[in-house]
Each structure stands twice: as C-alpha cells, then as structure tokens.
Write a protein that binds this ligand. Sequence first.
Ligand SMILES: *Cc1c(COP(=O)(O)O)cnc(C)c1O
Length: 452
Amino acid sequence: MEPYRIKAVEPIPFPSRGDREQALTRSGYNLFRVPSAQVTIDLLTDSGTGSMSAAQWAAMMIGDEAYACSTSYERFDAVLRGITGFPEIMPVHQGRAAERVVFSTLLGPGDIVVSNTHFDTTRAHVEATGSQALDLPSPEAADLDSDHPFKGNIDLGALTDLLAGPDGHRVKAVVMTVTNNGGGGQPVSLENLRRVRAVCDEHGLVFLLDASRFAENSWLVLQRERGHGYREPVEVARATFDLADVFWASLKKDGLANIGGVIGVRDDPELARRFRQRVILDEGFSTYGGLAGRDLEALAQGLSEVTDPRYLADRADTARWFADSLHKAGVPVVRPAGCHAVYVRAGEILPHIPAHRFPGHAWSCALYLEGGIRAVEFGSLLLGSGGGSAPHELVRLALPRRVYTRSHLEYVVDTAVAVGRIADELPGYRIVGDSPALRHFTAVLEPAPHAG
Ligand SMILES: *Cc1c(COP(=O)(O)O)cnc(C)c1O
C-alpha cells in the first residue's frame, strides 16, 4: 500500500463528452494543447507533476531568497553531494537547461554522442551543436514481450564495433540514461554501466549520466540484478554515480518537486568552471540556477525522500499492477513494467492505421474522448521528426509521483478497454502545416479517415 496518507486534496475535473470533443478539436487534435481543466486523469508526464510531502511544503517556508550563496543552496548542495559523491553541484531550472550547458560546452560539429537512448530533449541539444546523437539500445529492447530485466541497457557490442570502425574517432561521449525513458522506461544494470565505464576509459570518452530517474533505476537494480552486494537504494545510486564523469538530472522526476535540475562534475575543476560560466549566462547565478530558494528547499527535501525503499516499492508495484491489469483486460503493453510509466502497444490495437498516420496518436485521442484521460504518443509522431517511423507505435501512460490512487488507474484500465471496442472505427491523423524539432509539442493535426 502507499506509505503515506493524503493531507491535502484537489478536485479533479469531469468534463462532459461534448466538452471533450470541443477541447480536442480546438486544440488541433494535440493533447499538449488541451486545457488541464478539461482533463480528468492526466498521465501526460511524470515530469513536475508529483505531489509534495508535508515536509517539503514546510521547507519551502524557510527558503532563503538571497541572490548568492543562500542557505537553501547550501542544503541542496549538501544533499546532492551526499547522494552522488560529486564535489561540483550546480542547480539549473530543469533538465534541458543542463543539457544545453553540458553539450554546448563539450561538443562541436562532427562529433558523435552515443547513448542507450537519447531522450528527445537530449537529442535536440546534441544536434543543436552540429553533432550526431546515436542510439544503441540493447537488442532485447526491440522485443516488447521479452521479460529481460534490463532492456534499458546499451548494446556494448555495437558500441565497440562503432569505436573500432571508421567513425570511431568522432565519438566524444557516451550518455547513459537511467532509467531509459525513450526506451520504454526500462532500467539499466550496474554491470552494463560498469562496462561502459571500462569502454570510456579505454577510448578516452566522457561518461555522461542522465540521472533523471536515478532512484527508480536503483530500485529496479536492487530487485532484478544479482550479486552487486547492495541492500539499500541509496547504495546502488551511489555506485551508479561513482561511474560517471559528469551527470545531470531533470529534478522534476526523482527530485519529487515541480521544477528543477542539476549538473554535477567530478574531478575536472576547469570543466566545472566552464559549465558555471554557461550557467551564469543562461540560468542565473550558479547558486540558484534559475530556481527560487524555496524550490531548492523543496528539492533538497524531495531528494532525501525519494530513495526511501517503501516509497520506491510502492511506485514499482503500482506500475507493475497497472501493466498487469491492462494486459489481463486485453490491452497490449510493453513488458516488464518499469516505474514511471506503462507503455501501450497502440500499433497492435490499430493495425489498420499505418505509421505515417500515427496509430499511437489515434489511440491517445480516443482515450481522451472516451474518458478525459491524457497520455502521450511515443511513436512516429514523437520520434519520427525526420520523416522516418518509430520502431514501435506506443502510447505512454506516465505515472505522476504520489498523485493518483489505484482506483484512478482502474478507471484508466476500463477506459482503455472501451477504446478497444471501437478500435476498428478510429481514424489516423495527419499533420497540418510544418513540423519543427520536437514537433509533437506544437503540431496541429486533423483526422485522416482513409489511409494514404
Ligand atoms: C525529462 C527528461 C529530460 C529533460 O528534462 P526537463 O526537466 O523536462 O527539461 C532529460 N532526460 C530525461 C531522461 C528526462 O526524462
């Protein structure tokens, strides 16, 4: 059961069918543009959407809003140093701000960055420097039915082949994303991370850790990987951070707060100095990084709560139960479930809609129309900006932290079943107008009832 009880409640909206139809049409069939007042259950993202604890709300009251070297910064710095062991900690306002600082400093045109899977903003920031972002997910990730415990791993064979090949000298860094958000929220094993460290040492590459879900990954390592000798999620987290040269995180996830990010540098004072200059230019003085003192307090407290084994056990159990319930009800999902989301295999539910008519998008529009539930397509609309198609047409049902109960999720299961009953009638969609980078955020679409 949830290791907490509810202290403050917030009513959720119940728009009528007519309201939902109107909201969807007005939004240009893009759920990112639907007002949240028209959403009953919001599973768009687990980013910045969590509930804070009473201790976090209390900590916010003692936020020190001094411009430089506030006591709130000191607390944030101390908590993060304690978890990560990194000596240089810089707050930024969110994850992509960290990515901009890191990549604009480290990369130049023609460089290659390799990853288990770049998250969409990570890829966009790598590409903004004129570099290439290459995903080398482990082969097991392609098999949506495989119960392999670490489908978030990088393909080490493909990595060593790349390094031995003609483009090997262009590779500058490896980004390990834990858990692998773009790859279905699957965890990365400590063994895989250790091998990446060895490859980086051998070839002089920088090991970058995108630690946005470090606590969730640590929990799944504890559950699924044998022989590491650790008993607590904090110990696994520390072992993970110990392998990296530089880390960043969107603290809107495992920071358990609504805004925030961080960059850490291990033992390169010159690199830390260059990052800090960039933070000052882009974000604000390097002890607040675009955040209020009270945000730093909420994050410091959240980071000291997130590695609680009871919290993590409940989070993982809820995701597994949700995935199993959908599966038993005949809604195909990616297995095994990770922690932060369950991914529905919309391409299999809507085989009559081709990839370029976005079956995942069609399924998520239907889920909204049927039950006011907001999810996000993870298929050819989000991943195929260059005109290509995604390997799988998925929809992500993200789980905000400490927000929804199992009865909310039962309602989602029932609604997903209702969508299954009308699957044959659902139209695909086409994009109207142009499509820039990260097009899924802004695209205007229209139903395309006939394929082609
Ligand atoms: C959310 C996320 C980011 C980007 O962070 P924002 O806070 O949304 O800017 C980067 N990497 C991963 C793995 C993420 O999940």
